[in-house]
Design a protein around this ligand. Structure first.
Ligand code: F0G
Length: 294
């Protein structure tokens, strides 16, 4: 059976030079602006494919557990496809704008007392009961769709960057970039997934995940690439997030600055060409600005 692809115009995001960051750090820094996807995060790339597949398989709806962005994306693509969406979130831990995005397109929100992992288990039970497709990043279509960002980078730079730096929550995106780079260039740039030291309660709520579901594959790809996982204090995350706004005019949500924070830790050598993936838009978590200003 063939179905019409479900799309909202995802992908083909800008790859922007960051001249002030580059001058300050002595590296050639490029920013992949994934917050400019239709629902404001990189999740849309894989969600287009995952929801298309759910429709193809005749699923009456989709379900996911989320810290907010997967939720906003799943809800929008399900609405676009005309199927239901149920979103399971850890109660009180999701930025308000992300829940607003979910509700605005008519999806059902289920709040679970507990962590992201508890929400994930609840979402699997719900999927079983309702016959919904699970669109978390354990869904291969999500990874396959997200890999396209790496293809775009290689195309635009005319080759691999020396290093790729990106936030590390569950690890699905790191896995997707590794796949895309191998496909486009046959080898990997140094991979530097950047996680919060305080995974359980970081102010960067998008990456508040204690148990990364793709940890083994992330560690394997990182080792093969000659890179390293970088752990960041709250202070470093916050400083990089503010610097990106003040120095480059790029307003992202706190988690999305993790790659830049890793760069500030000195993981790149002088003159190298590096790409930081800016995963989500600043308007996703405007409250973070208020909290920091206070
Ligand atoms: N950046 C943002 C803005 C995110 O929302 C996420 C994950 C990540 C980075 C980390 O990506 O999990 O592939 O390593 N957000 C998920 C969600 C957990 O539910 O929206 P990862």
């Amino acid at each position: 059976m063939s179905v019409t692809p479900v799309t909202l115009g995802e992908g083909r995001t800008p790859l922007l030079r960051a001249p002030r960051l580059s001058a300050r750090l002595g590296v050639e820094v490029w920013l992949k602006l994934e917050g400019l996807n239709p629902t404001g995060s990189f999740k849309d790339r894989g969600m287009a494919l995952a929801v298309t597949r759910a429709v193809e398989q005749g699923a009456p709806g989709v379900v996911c557990a989320s810290t907010g962005n997967t939720a906003a994306s799943a809800a929008a693509y399900a609405a676009r496809a005309g199927i239901a969406a149920a979103i399971v979130v850890p109660a009180g831990a999701v930025a308000g704008a992300k829940l607003a995005q979910v509700r605005a397109v008519g999806a059902r929100v289920v709040e679970v007392e507990g962590s992201f992992t508890d929400a994930y288990e609840a979402s699997l039970a719900l999927a079983e009961r309702e016959g919904y497709a699970v669109v978390n990043s354990v869904n291969e279509d999500r990874i396959e769709g997200q890999r396209t960002a790496a293809l775009e980078i290689v195309e635009e730079l005319g080759g691999l960057p020396d290093a790729l730096l990106l936030p590390y929550g569950g690890g699905g995106n790191t896995k997707a970039y590794a796949r895309g780079f191998l496909e486009a260039a046959g080898r990997l740039p140094r991979l530097h997934p950047a996680e919060a030291e305080r995974r359980a309660d970081t102010f960067a709520s998008a990456i508040r995940i204690v148990e990364p579901v793709h940890r083994a594959e992330v560690e394997d790809a990182v080792a093969r690439s000659g890179g390293a996982v970088v752990s960041l204090s709250e202070e470093r995350l916050e400083r990089a997030w503010r610097a990106l706004g003040a120095e480059e005019g790029v307003f992202c949500e706190p988690a999305s600055a993790a790659g830049v924070a890793a760069l500030e830790r000195g993981v790149a050598r002088a003159g190298e060409r590096v790409v930081c993936v800016i995963t989500g838009h600043g308007l996703k978590d405007a409250d973070a600005v208020r909290r920091v200003a206070a």
